[in-house]
Design a binder for this molecule. Structure first.
Ligand code: ZN
Ligand code: ZN
Ligand code: ZN
Length: 286
């Protein structure tokens, strides 16, 4: 039987966070649960935006401080990150992630791949190339961006990757079974991932009937919602709410939020029951 538990962990409450993490660890051993951590919940510029004086960027509420979007999925057997953006190093230090088995790349935008060089500590410590799941469009971009890692004779110390081709074929990493789901992100292809009754869906401007079908029955959904106003390559809050309802999610968190979304405390008050804005450090126990 599945269950969920949401615990608010704010950076200023470190003692409580520590106790909770120890609790998770014990629980994992007993029940083989899966923990999803929101590493970052912000759009490509992050929140606050450099130099911005709007109320959201000036807010003292930790839920209004958003690093670039990414999640971590953990069981007692494996630890998998979805995307490694420019804040990857900071996120892994914050969450004290001591091992990493694989990184799944949703698409090639910089806010999702900007941290691939920072995989080096795991590559060195684990003494093997990092497993990357990447599709055929994102891979050439990664090779261009990190050309030094793909040199025939790479400079010593360059990161090494074990590339797995990502398409719509499901795959397993340890005890996790991933179903990749193709999305349209303006002119780009992006992938969502379903793992059991959880799904992570970010960077899309529209969703196909086929994708909706693959998401049917998901109980816990993390989906992007950039802002309330229409955008050419991202979902609005209303569009994301509609998708959540169509797939029948029991609990939904919105991520990849921009400062234009508004203050987390205010937006959360307006949202339907069982829907809220995600925030950095949120742990969802599944
Ligand atoms: Zn993005
Ligand atoms: Zn702002
Ligand atoms: Zn994108």
């Amino acid at each position: 039987m599945f269950f969920y538990e949401i615990t608010l962990i704010f950076a200023k409450n470190a003692n409580f966070a520590l106790k909770f993490c120890q609790g998770i660890h014990e629980c994992l051993k007993k029940d083989k649960d899966m923990i999803v951590t929101i590493l970052g919940s912000g759009t490509s510029q992050g929140v606050p935006v450099i130099g911005c004086t709007c109320p959201v960027c000036q807010s003292k509420d930790p839920r209004d401080k958003r690093l670039r979007t990414s999640i971590l999925i953990q069981t007692d057997e494996v630890t998998v990150a979805v995307d490694a953006g420019p804040d990857f190093r900071q996120q892994m230090l914050r969450e004290n992630v001591t091992k990493l088995d694989a990184v799944l790349i949703t698409h090639e935008h910089k806010d999702h791949i900007g941290g691939l060089d920072d995989l080096r500590p795991y590559i060195f410590k684990q003494k093997k190339p990092m497993t990357l799941y990447v599709d055929d469009t994102a891979l050439p971009e990664i090779k261009r961006e990190y050309s030094y890692a793909f040199d025939e004779h790479p400079y010593p110390g360059a990161p090494t990757y074990d590339i797995h081709r990502l398409d719509e074929t499901p795959f397993d990493i340890g005890d996790l079974h991933f179903i990749p789901i193709k999305l349209k992100h303006y002119t780009l292809t992006c992938y969502a991932f379903r793992v059991g009754n959880f799904a992570y869906v970010t960077d899309l401007s529209e969703i196909s009937e086929e994708a909706i079908e693959k998401l049917q029955g998901v109980e816990y959904l993390v989906i992007e919602a950039l802002q309330k106003k229409k955008h050419y390559s991202h979902l609005t809050l209303d569009e994301a709410i509609e998708i959540s309802r169509r797939v029948g999610a029991k609990k939904t968190w919105f991520t990849h939020c921009s400062h234009s979304m508004g203050l987390a405390a205010e937006v959360n008050r307006e949202l339907p029951e069982n829907m809220m804005l995600a925030y950095d450090g949120l742990k969802i126990k599944i």
